[in-house]
Write a protein that binds this ligand. Structure first.
Ligand SMILES: [Fe+2]
Ligand SMILES: [Fe+2]
Length: 143
């Protein structure tokens, strides 16, 4: 898979996550004002957890070999990405597994953290200058 294709797919997943977060934001507001949306909120939160896990797994398997083919700073980027993912994944998963009332209370901060995480990635290892097709020598199938 070419870096540009991988990058597009990862950015698409980020967009999907942002839409899920937006949906939960709305449900959390309804939940907080006493509406009977607990079931829908629980399902939406579980959806975020699954999508986030899948995205992280894909991101790590895909990016590690590609970044390794880029430049001398690759090791630093990979170490940072893997470190952040492991750490943040643990924290995010623990939060998403807490009781629904606690998820609802902490949701605002959580959503901000995930958004910041994705924005940081897009500025660093998902930047087009990093994931450049011409820097990957392993896959030359399309020239
Ligand atoms: Fe990530
Ligand atoms: Fe990501």
């Amino acid at each position: 898979m070419d870096p540009s294709v991988a990058r597009a797919r990862l950015l698409e997943q980020h967009q999907g996550l942002r839409e899920r977060l937006e949906r939960v934001n709305g449900l959390v507001r309804q939940y907080a004002s006493g509406e009977a949306v607990a079931e829908a909120l629980g399902a939406a939160v579980a959806g975020v957890a699954t999508a986030f896990d899948e995205h992280n797994a894909f991101e790590e398997t895909l990016l590690t070999p590609m970044l390794a083919a880029t430049d001398g700073f690759a090791d630093v980027r990979i170490a940072r990405m893997v470190g952040e993912h492991t750490e943040e994944h643990r924290a995010f998963s623990a939060f998403l597994a807490s009781p629904l009332s606690e998820v609802a209370t902490g949701w605002g901060d959580f959503a901000e953290e995930i958004a910041a995480h994705m924005e940081a990635e897009e500025r660093t290892f998902l930047h087009p200058w990093v994931l450049r097709d011409d820097l990957v020598t392993a896959d030359t199938s399309d020239g």
